[in-house]
Ligand binder design. Structure first.
Ligand SMILES: NC(=O)c1ccc[n+]([C@@H]2O[C@H](COP(=O)([O-])OP(=O)(O)OC[C@H]3O[C@@H](n4cnc5c(N)ncnc54)[C@H](OP(=O)(O)O)[C@@H]3O)[C@@H](O)[C@H]2O)c1
Length: 264
């Protein structure tokens, strides 16, 4: 499936009630794809659905689901299959982080985060990818983070979860290299969304200065996905940060990440 062929296909975008997910849904709709937006907050999803239909003249539907719940994920797949809805593009964007020293973060919150950031991403990929491989057609876009490239103290569990997303996605991309199915990982730096409020962190100077707009991130991500790239880091500063990190010892890389996350 090429860029032109997105027209009339169906994309499923998780976490599309706010932030990057809304712009990913817009970006796909602007290229002619019908879109199913998924999250927990129904009112927000209704607004996104109405905007997509009115602005891009595509079909849009919404599904409310808590992706931390394994049964809800299976139900989503079963319902779409029964409705005869073919998902040509799966965007695993839903996710959140938790800021703080690891021992201070309650286990229930961390378990919830790992369920959404890791288990839901892997489970939905498993369910929909099998069908894409059978059809020899489709795209999966995984939303990781540039935190995936190094240990990030104060976001220890989150950055480790995103390392899973990055490595898993890049490995799948290679496994699928001789097919027409693509798996792409986008690893954004700081993005101007509700992420930091949800994580419990007031954005610091570094984060405010380097943050990108979610629509820019979405455009870069969908471009890379359509080219079946293994991964992409939006923004040259983020790209440079990740690459310079590779040249320093891992302990120093952890210390640098800690300073950047905790500066005033
Ligand atoms: N903003 C950044 O600086 C940044 C940087 C790198 C990577 N990212 C990644 O980008 C992705 C999108 O985050 P964002 O920045 O756009 O933050 P956001 O505005 O808070 O959006 C997060 C989305 O995930 C959904 N979500 C969270 N828990 C869910 C659950 N249990 N079930 C279903 N949906 C759930 C939320 O919807 P409901 O609350 O309505 O369920 C919301 O639509 C995340 O994977 C995040 O880790 C963000």
């Amino acid at each position: 499936m090429s860029k032109q062929q997105l027209s009339g296909r169906w994309s499923l975008v998780t976490g599309a009630s706010s932030g990057i997910g809304v712009d990913l849904a817009r970006e796909l709709a602007s290229r002619g794809s019908n879109v199913i937006v998924l999250a927990r907050r129904e009112e927000k999803l209704k607004e996104v659905q109405a905007e997509l239909t009115a602005r891009f003249r595509v079909q849009a539907e919404y599904v409310t689901a808590d992706l931390a719940d394994e049964q809800a994920r299976q139900q989503l797949y079963d319902d779409l299959s029964q409705a005869g809805r073919t998902v040509d593009v799966l965007v695993n964007n839903a996710g959140f982080g938790l800021f703080g020293m690891s021992w201070e973060i309650p286990w229930e919150q961390e378990r919830q985060m790992l369920n959404v950031d890791v288990m839901a991403m892997a489970h939905l990929t498993k369910l929909f990818l099998q069908d894409m491989v059978k059809r020899n057609s489709g795209f999966v876009l995984q939303v990781a983070s540039y935190a995936a490239y190094q240990p990030a103290p104060t976001y220890a569990s989150y950055s480790a979860a995103k390392s899973f997303v990055l490595n898993y996605g890049e490995a799948l991309n290679y496994e699928l290299r001789n097919t027409n199915v693509g798996v792409t990982v986008v690893a954004p730096g700081i993005v101007d969304t509700a992420f930091h409020d949800v994580a419990g962190q007031k954005k610091n100077r570094y984060q405010r200065m380097t943050q990108m707009k979610p629509d820019e991130v979405a455009r870069v991500a969908v471009d890379a996905m359509l080219k079946r790239k293994a991964s992409v880091i939006p923004g040259w500063m983020n790209y440079a940060t990740v690459w310079s990190n590779r040249l320093v010892p891992r302990r120093m890389s952890a210390a640098t990440a800690y300073r950047l996350m905790t500066m005033d």
